[in-house]
Design a protein. Structure first.
Length: 278
């Protein structure tokens, strides 16, 4: 009887594991709320407890094991593979990453600011496309994320072209000009706390860190969403904006990027390109 009970229990546990492993990821692939709840809360917390490591640490290990040192594209591929096949992580991802690449190459910036480093994926993605003399400044408030990002960036061989700053964007943005001798940023990538997008774009304006022609690219404007930022940027006479429809990284959940070119302080008809790129 005991053996029968054990066997039945084993079958039940295997069945539950199969459901959790296969069915739940399938269910959350197209639902934004479920996707964020499952990937960014339930699964992460569970794996943290089981492995006694953090998601960024697990991602870093995958990079060290699988990516060729000094090869940024190899690092990007290793992270994408890890996030698709092992464990989801909140990088911009391969689909939206291709849009980021095109905007960076189109802008050809000489000064670049990223808000929200996380594990360094987008920093590597951006920096590999920059001219030799261009340096990326990236801001991360979480010291553990910043530590991992530095190691990922170093593995990619880009440590001399990227400066990772730890701290709050609200504290660091006003110090940028003095710290780095920068007058304005040609390209700004927003991928940090979504409720900071609007305050920080205003702060960049107030600190005169945007010049005519500066490009701001904002991630996750649909999922989890930045309605206040979009309302501000799309109705602002000083910007010409364009929305790129895509998907939340490594899922089928709809998301998108908002590209906004700063036109300088000017008056006139609102300029908003509502075309959706698919």
């Amino acid at each position: 009887v005991l053996m029968t009970t054990v066997c039945l229990l084993s079958v039940v546990l295997v069945g539950l594991y199969a459901v959790c492993r296969c069915m739940i990821p399938w269910l959350v692939q197209s639902n934004s709320t479920l996707a964020l709840l499952w990937y960014d809360f339930v699964l992460e917390m569970t794996l943290d407890l089981l492995t006694r490591t953090t998601r960024p640490q697990r991602l870093l290990r995958a990079v060290i094991i699988n990516a060729v040192r000094g090869d940024p594209d190899s690092v990007i591929r290793a992270i994408d593979h890890f996030c698709k096949h092992t464990e989801w992580a909140m990088n911009i991802g391969d689909e939206k990453g291709a849009i980021l690449d095109s905007v960076v190459m189109e802008t050809s910036p000489s000064t670049v600011l990223e808000l929200g480093t996380y594990c360094g994926y987008s920093a590597v993605r951006i920096t590999r496309l920059l001219p030799p003399s261009t340096r990326l400044i990236t801001v991360e408030m979480n010291p553990d994320y910043a530590c991992v990002a530095r190691q990922v960036i170093q593995h990619a061989g880009l440590q001399d072209k990227v400066c990772v700053l730890e701290g709050q964007s609200a504290d660091l943005i006003p110090k940028m000009a003095e710290m780095f001798g920068i007058q304005t940023f040609d390209f700004v990538f927003l991928d940090h706390w979504k409720d900071r997008y609007l305050p920080d774009i205003r702060l960049l304006e107030d600190c005169s860190l945007l010049a005519q022609g500066s490009v701001v690219l904002a991630d996750n404007v649909v999922c989890p969403g930045t309605p206040d930022y979009l309302n501000y940027i799309r109705s602002n006479l000083n910007y010409r904006s364009r929305f790129y429809q895509a998907h939340l990284e490594y899922t089928r959940v709809l998301d998108g990027l908002e590209k906004s070119e700063y036109l300088g302080c000017r008056q006139g008809k609102r300029q908003v390109d509502r075309e959706t790129d698919r």
